[in-house]
Ligand binder design. Structure first.
Ligand SMILES: Cc1cc2nc3c(=O)[nH]c(=O)nc-3n(C[C@H](O)[C@H](O)[C@H](O)COP(=O)(O)O)c2cc1C
Length: 356
């Protein structure tokens, strides 16, 4: 009999992940002015832990009050009230035997002025995405090129938010370096055309990410996890390959792997798709460049896809499938026939409807 890798435990630093299935980070846009998600949105995370997910990521939490927010109703973890709101959520997830990780994010050039208190949009270079902003129907504004002061300010926002997450009891932090948001804007020459220490070569484009990692790490007690999410695609201009080729991607992975992170979370549209014109998928290409544990996400929706994805990774994350089906982990365990969720089905995440 073959061993059941999907439901075997995994050691991530000092944390035992009871199986290989996690809830991917999912923004729900449910907060009001106080920056605290709606009660049912918080309860949803605890329920997914009780129903078998071994690791639960929060929605992307905005790291400052100036320019970090990218969508209405996003949350922060900078005030005592915000910290206190998350404490019972973390306790609930841990009581269910799962690991709770808070994702931190700055939206970079994906912001628009009305969404942030300081009405600013900042990015490595003054270049906006080509496509219009689907939330406003208007072009994304041309961002201010970040000064060194801006860079330091944003890094402090990540560090302060990480301190808030530690105070709330989270087992770990994820730095969102994917999907065309700020850190990703620095990593990719598509959005980073700086000529200073933060732009040019891959090494220089990784510098901002490295400084964020180091600043966050400095605020984490030794036992907390630190993961980094990376992708080759962005939410705006989704067809653009953010790394020019496989060599550039692998180089970035190698550089980031030298930093004190405990895992790389690789985000794809579809885990099995070959990448960069090769015959290998993103997890395989990542594996070639790092010894770090790898999490993989993208169209993992039933037992077969989860097991396939796990051949090249250590942990699988689900977004839409686990969003829509509270019993997803049990259904996967049973090998139940499950349908691949359609993208539009996930829009329920942004409604007032409490999810089961
Ligand atoms: C409603 C929703 C919200 C999302 N919000 C985030 C987010 O806050 N941070 C992030 O890194 N990815 C976010 N994603 C992307 C997912 O984490 C995941 O990478 C993507 O949906 C592909 O996985 P899937 O095929 O299992 O849905 C979101 C996806 C959905 C459906």
């Amino acid at each position: 009999m073959t061993t059941d890798k999907l439901f075997s435990a995994y050691k991530l630093k000092s944390h035992t992940i009871k199986n290989r299935i996690g809830v991917a980070p999912m923004t729900r846009m449910s907060s009001s002015e106080d920056g605290i998600p709606r009660r049912d949105v918080l309860d949803f995370l605890v329920r997914r832990a009780r129903n078998g997910a071994a690791i639960v990521y929060t929605e992307a939490i905005v790291t400052d009050y100036e320019s970090a927010q990218g969508y209405p109703g996003q949350s922060r973890i900078l005030t005592q009230r915000q910290i206190d709101a998350w404490k019972p959520v973390v306790q609930g997830i841990k009581a269910a035997g799962a690991v709770a990780v808070m994702q931190l994010f700055h939206c970079g050039r994906m912001a628009w002025p009305e969404i942030n208190p300081a009405r600013r949009v900042i990015a490595p270079s003054p270049i906006s995405p080509r496509q219009a902003n689907p939330m406003t129907g208007k072009p994304y504004p041309v961002p201010d090129e970040m000064s060194l002061f801006d860079i330091r300010h944003v890094i402090r926002g990540f560090a302060e938010s990480a301190a808030g997450a530690v105070e709330a009891g989270f087992d770990g932090i994820e730095i969102h370096g994917a999907h065309g948001y700020l850190i990703c804007n620095f990593l990719s020459a598509y959005s980073n055309q700086r000529h200073d220490a933060y732009g040019g070569t891959v090494e220089k484009r990784c510098r901002f990410a490295r400084e964020v990692i180091q600043a966050v790490k400095a605020r984490l007690p030794a036992d907390r996890l630190l993961t980094f999410r990376i992708s080759n695609w962005g939410v705006a201009d989704p067809d653009v390959s953010l790394f020019v080729d496989q060599d550039e991607y692998r180089q970035a992975v190698r550089i980031l792997s030298r930093e004190p992170i405990d895992a790389l979370s690789v985000s794809t549209y579809s885990y099995s798709d070959p990448a960069f014109g090769t015959r290998r998928n993103m997890a395989q290409l990542t594996r070639e460049a790092t010894d770090l544990p790898i999490m993989i996400c993208g169209k993992i929706y039933d037992r077969r896809s989860a097991e396939n994805a796990l051949q090249d990774a250590d942990i699988v994350l689900s977004a839409k499938a686990i969003l829509l089906n509270p019993d997803w982990v049990a259904d996967v365990r049973e090998g139940k026939a499950l349908a691949l969720p359609a993208s539009e089905e996930a829009n329920v995440a942004y409604t007032q409807t409490p999810l089961p």
